[in-house]
Write a protein that binds this ligand. Structure first.
Ligand code: ADP
Ligand code: 5GP
Length: 198
Protein backbone atom coordinates (compact mmCIF):
# COMPACT_ATOMS: atom_id res chain seq x y z
CA UNK A 1 0.00 0.00 0.00
CA UNK A 2 1.46 3.32 -1.07
CA UNK A 3 1.27 6.16 1.38
CA UNK A 4 1.86 9.17 -0.83
CA UNK A 5 1.23 12.70 0.39
CA UNK A 6 -1.39 14.39 -1.79
CA UNK A 7 0.01 17.90 -1.32
CA UNK A 8 3.31 16.78 -2.79
CA UNK A 9 4.11 15.53 -6.27
CA UNK A 10 6.33 12.48 -6.33
CA UNK A 11 9.35 11.98 -8.55
CA UNK A 12 10.29 9.12 -10.87
CA UNK A 13 13.09 6.74 -9.86
CA UNK A 14 14.80 4.76 -12.61
CA UNK A 15 16.87 1.70 -11.77
CA UNK A 16 19.00 0.49 -14.68
CA UNK A 17 21.90 -1.86 -15.08
CA UNK A 18 22.81 -4.91 -17.09
CA UNK A 19 20.50 -7.90 -17.15
CA UNK A 20 21.27 -10.14 -14.17
CA UNK A 21 22.79 -7.42 -11.98
CA UNK A 22 19.92 -7.63 -9.47
CA UNK A 23 17.58 -4.76 -10.50
CA UNK A 24 14.32 -6.67 -10.09
CA UNK A 25 15.29 -7.98 -6.67
CA UNK A 26 16.43 -4.52 -5.53
CA UNK A 27 13.27 -2.80 -6.79
CA UNK A 28 11.09 -5.38 -5.01
CA UNK A 29 12.89 -4.81 -1.73
CA UNK A 30 12.70 -1.02 -2.07
CA UNK A 31 8.95 -1.36 -2.60
CA UNK A 32 8.64 -3.47 0.55
CA UNK A 33 10.78 -1.11 2.63
CA UNK A 34 9.59 2.34 1.56
CA UNK A 35 5.80 2.88 1.66
CA UNK A 36 6.09 6.12 -0.30
CA UNK A 37 7.40 4.32 -3.38
CA UNK A 38 5.08 2.73 -5.92
CA UNK A 39 5.81 0.69 -9.03
CA UNK A 40 5.13 1.21 -12.69
CA UNK A 41 4.37 -2.05 -14.46
CA UNK A 42 6.05 -2.42 -17.86
CA UNK A 43 4.34 -3.52 -21.04
CA UNK A 44 6.27 -6.17 -22.99
CA UNK A 45 5.88 -8.35 -26.08
CA UNK A 46 8.05 -11.10 -24.61
CA UNK A 47 6.36 -14.26 -23.32
CA UNK A 48 6.08 -14.62 -19.53
CA UNK A 49 8.82 -16.57 -17.75
CA UNK A 50 7.99 -19.28 -15.27
CA UNK A 51 6.09 -17.84 -12.32
CA UNK A 52 5.41 -14.46 -13.93
CA UNK A 53 1.85 -13.21 -14.03
CA UNK A 54 0.49 -10.38 -16.11
CA UNK A 55 0.07 -7.09 -14.29
CA UNK A 56 2.52 -8.03 -11.53
CA UNK A 57 5.73 -6.61 -12.99
CA UNK A 58 4.86 -6.88 -16.64
CA UNK A 59 1.80 -6.62 -18.77
CA UNK A 60 2.27 -9.14 -21.58
CA UNK A 61 0.84 -8.09 -24.95
CA UNK A 62 1.32 -9.05 -28.60
CA UNK A 63 3.01 -6.89 -31.24
CA UNK A 64 -0.24 -5.50 -32.54
CA UNK A 65 -1.38 -4.25 -29.13
CA UNK A 66 2.10 -2.84 -28.50
CA UNK A 67 1.98 -0.92 -31.81
CA UNK A 68 -1.42 0.51 -30.87
CA UNK A 69 -0.11 1.66 -27.49
CA UNK A 70 2.85 3.40 -29.16
CA UNK A 71 0.55 5.01 -31.73
CA UNK A 72 -1.85 6.23 -29.03
CA UNK A 73 1.03 7.76 -27.06
CA UNK A 74 0.14 5.53 -24.10
CA UNK A 75 3.80 4.70 -23.38
CA UNK A 76 6.16 7.20 -21.76
CA UNK A 77 9.08 5.47 -23.46
CA UNK A 78 9.73 2.23 -25.21
CA UNK A 79 12.69 0.21 -26.35
CA UNK A 80 13.54 -3.05 -28.06
CA UNK A 81 15.64 -5.20 -25.77
CA UNK A 82 16.88 -8.70 -26.62
CA UNK A 83 14.49 -8.73 -29.60
CA UNK A 84 11.38 -7.98 -27.52
CA UNK A 85 9.71 -4.65 -26.97
CA UNK A 86 9.23 -3.05 -23.58
CA UNK A 87 7.45 0.14 -22.62
CA UNK A 88 6.22 2.03 -19.60
CA UNK A 89 2.62 3.16 -19.38
CA UNK A 90 2.56 6.96 -19.06
CA UNK A 91 -0.76 6.90 -17.18
CA UNK A 92 0.61 4.64 -14.42
CA UNK A 93 3.55 6.98 -13.82
CA UNK A 94 1.33 10.10 -13.77
CA UNK A 95 -1.21 8.57 -11.40
CA UNK A 96 1.50 7.65 -8.90
CA UNK A 97 3.21 11.03 -9.05
CA UNK A 98 -0.12 12.86 -8.69
CA UNK A 99 -0.91 10.78 -5.60
CA UNK A 100 2.33 12.04 -4.07
CA UNK A 101 4.14 8.73 -4.46
CA UNK A 102 7.60 8.27 -5.93
CA UNK A 103 7.36 5.90 -8.90
CA UNK A 104 10.13 3.34 -9.36
CA UNK A 105 10.88 1.78 -12.75
CA UNK A 106 13.25 -1.00 -13.82
CA UNK A 107 14.37 0.15 -17.29
CA UNK A 108 17.14 -0.34 -19.77
CA UNK A 109 19.43 2.65 -20.49
CA UNK A 110 17.38 3.88 -23.44
CA UNK A 111 14.30 4.00 -21.21
CA UNK A 112 16.28 5.71 -18.47
CA UNK A 113 17.41 8.48 -20.80
CA UNK A 114 13.86 9.00 -22.13
CA UNK A 115 12.44 9.30 -18.62
CA UNK A 116 15.12 11.86 -17.71
CA UNK A 117 14.13 13.94 -20.76
CA UNK A 118 10.43 13.77 -19.84
CA UNK A 119 11.01 14.24 -16.09
CA UNK A 120 14.21 16.24 -15.40
CA UNK A 121 13.60 15.78 -11.66
CA UNK A 122 13.88 11.97 -12.01
CA UNK A 123 16.45 10.15 -9.90
CA UNK A 124 18.51 7.81 -12.09
CA UNK A 125 20.33 4.98 -10.34
CA UNK A 126 22.67 2.62 -12.17
CA UNK A 127 23.38 -0.75 -10.55
CA UNK A 128 26.84 -2.14 -11.31
CA UNK A 129 28.01 -5.73 -10.87
CA UNK A 130 31.06 -6.41 -8.66
CA UNK A 131 32.68 -8.18 -11.64
CA UNK A 132 31.80 -9.60 -15.05
CA UNK A 133 32.20 -13.14 -13.72
CA UNK A 134 29.70 -12.46 -10.94
CA UNK A 135 27.31 -10.85 -13.44
CA UNK A 136 27.38 -13.95 -15.63
CA UNK A 137 26.78 -16.19 -12.64
CA UNK A 138 23.72 -14.20 -11.52
CA UNK A 139 22.38 -14.05 -15.05
CA UNK A 140 22.64 -17.82 -15.32
CA UNK A 141 21.06 -18.27 -11.91
CA UNK A 142 18.05 -16.28 -12.96
CA UNK A 143 17.41 -16.91 -16.63
CA UNK A 144 15.52 -19.87 -18.02
CA UNK A 145 16.62 -18.93 -21.56
CA UNK A 146 18.84 -20.97 -23.87
CA UNK A 147 22.60 -20.46 -24.41
CA UNK A 148 22.14 -18.21 -27.43
CA UNK A 149 19.89 -15.83 -25.50
CA UNK A 150 22.25 -15.86 -22.51
CA UNK A 151 25.21 -15.02 -24.78
CA UNK A 152 23.26 -12.13 -26.29
CA UNK A 153 22.20 -10.89 -22.85
CA UNK A 154 25.81 -10.93 -21.68
CA UNK A 155 26.98 -8.99 -24.74
CA UNK A 156 24.22 -6.40 -24.18
CA UNK A 157 25.08 -6.26 -20.49
CA UNK A 158 28.69 -5.32 -21.19
CA UNK A 159 27.46 -2.59 -23.57
CA UNK A 160 25.02 -1.21 -20.99
CA UNK A 161 27.82 -0.73 -18.45
CA UNK A 162 29.18 2.13 -20.58
CA UNK A 163 26.08 4.19 -19.76
CA UNK A 164 26.67 4.16 -16.04
CA UNK A 165 28.32 7.60 -15.91
CA UNK A 166 25.22 9.25 -17.41
CA UNK A 167 23.24 8.30 -14.29
CA UNK A 168 22.91 10.45 -11.15
CA UNK A 169 24.06 7.62 -8.91
CA UNK A 170 26.12 4.47 -9.35
CA UNK A 171 25.73 1.65 -6.84
CA UNK A 172 27.72 -1.60 -6.91
CA UNK A 173 25.56 -4.58 -5.95
CA UNK A 174 28.07 -6.54 -3.97
CA UNK A 175 25.83 -7.35 -1.05
CA UNK A 176 22.07 -7.20 -1.64
CA UNK A 177 21.05 -5.79 1.77
CA UNK A 178 23.73 -3.13 1.57
CA UNK A 179 22.69 -2.16 -1.96
CA UNK A 180 19.02 -1.82 -0.98
CA UNK A 181 20.04 0.30 2.01
CA UNK A 182 22.10 2.60 -0.25
CA UNK A 183 19.29 2.94 -2.79
CA UNK A 184 16.83 3.80 0.00
CA UNK A 185 19.26 6.47 1.24
CA UNK A 186 19.59 8.00 -2.24
CA UNK A 187 15.80 8.18 -2.51
CA UNK A 188 15.52 9.81 0.93
CA UNK A 189 18.20 12.36 -0.04
CA UNK A 190 16.33 13.31 -3.21
CA UNK A 191 13.08 13.58 -1.24
CA UNK A 192 14.70 16.14 1.04
CA UNK A 193 15.60 18.06 -2.12
CA UNK A 194 12.33 17.81 -4.12
CA UNK A 195 13.29 20.35 -6.79
CA UNK A 196 15.90 17.86 -7.97
CA UNK A 197 18.62 20.50 -8.00
CA UNK A 198 22.16 19.18 -7.79
P1 ADP B 1 17.92 -8.15 -13.14
O1 ADP B 1 16.52 -7.73 -12.81
O2 ADP B 1 18.88 -7.02 -13.04
O3 ADP B 1 18.03 -8.87 -14.44
P2 ADP B 1 17.59 -10.03 -10.91
O4 ADP B 1 17.02 -9.14 -9.87
O5 ADP B 1 16.66 -10.95 -11.61
O6 ADP B 1 18.40 -9.19 -12.03
O7 ADP B 1 18.81 -10.81 -10.22
C1 ADP B 1 19.55 -11.82 -10.88
C2 ADP B 1 19.92 -12.90 -9.88
O8 ADP B 1 20.97 -12.44 -9.00
C3 ADP B 1 18.77 -13.31 -8.98
O9 ADP B 1 18.83 -14.70 -8.84
C4 ADP B 1 19.06 -12.59 -7.67
O10 ADP B 1 18.51 -13.25 -6.56
C5 ADP B 1 20.58 -12.60 -7.63
N1 ADP B 1 21.19 -11.49 -6.87
C6 ADP B 1 20.80 -10.20 -6.81
N2 ADP B 1 21.63 -9.49 -6.02
C7 ADP B 1 22.60 -10.35 -5.59
C8 ADP B 1 23.76 -10.24 -4.76
N3 ADP B 1 24.13 -9.08 -4.20
N4 ADP B 1 24.51 -11.34 -4.56
C9 ADP B 1 24.18 -12.52 -5.13
N5 ADP B 1 23.11 -12.70 -5.91
C10 ADP B 1 22.32 -11.65 -6.15
P1 5GP C 1 13.86 -8.61 -18.36
O1 5GP C 1 13.16 -9.29 -19.47
O2 5GP C 1 15.23 -9.18 -18.08
O3 5GP C 1 13.05 -8.39 -17.13
O4 5GP C 1 14.15 -7.14 -18.91
C1 5GP C 1 14.95 -7.03 -20.03
C2 5GP C 1 15.44 -5.62 -20.17
O5 5GP C 1 14.37 -4.73 -20.50
C3 5GP C 1 16.10 -5.05 -18.92
O6 5GP C 1 17.26 -4.33 -19.32
C4 5GP C 1 15.07 -4.12 -18.37
O7 5GP C 1 15.66 -3.08 -17.63
C5 5GP C 1 14.41 -3.61 -19.64
N1 5GP C 1 13.05 -3.16 -19.42
C6 5GP C 1 12.10 -3.75 -18.66
N2 5GP C 1 10.96 -3.06 -18.70
C7 5GP C 1 11.21 -1.99 -19.52
C8 5GP C 1 10.41 -0.90 -19.95
O8 5GP C 1 9.25 -0.72 -19.60
N3 5GP C 1 11.02 -0.01 -20.79
C9 5GP C 1 12.30 -0.14 -21.21
N4 5GP C 1 12.82 0.79 -22.02
N5 5GP C 1 13.07 -1.15 -20.82
C10 5GP C 1 12.53 -2.07 -19.98
Amino acid sequence: MVEGTPDRRGFPIVVSGPSGVGKTTIVQQVLESDPQVTYSVSVTTRPPRRGETSGDHYEFVDDQVFDELVEDGALAEWAEVHGYRYGTRASVISEGLDLGADVIMDLDVQGGMSIKRLFPEALLIFIEPPSREELEERLRGRATDDEEVIAQRLANAIGELEWSSKYDEQVTNNDLDETVETVLEKIAERRARPDGAD
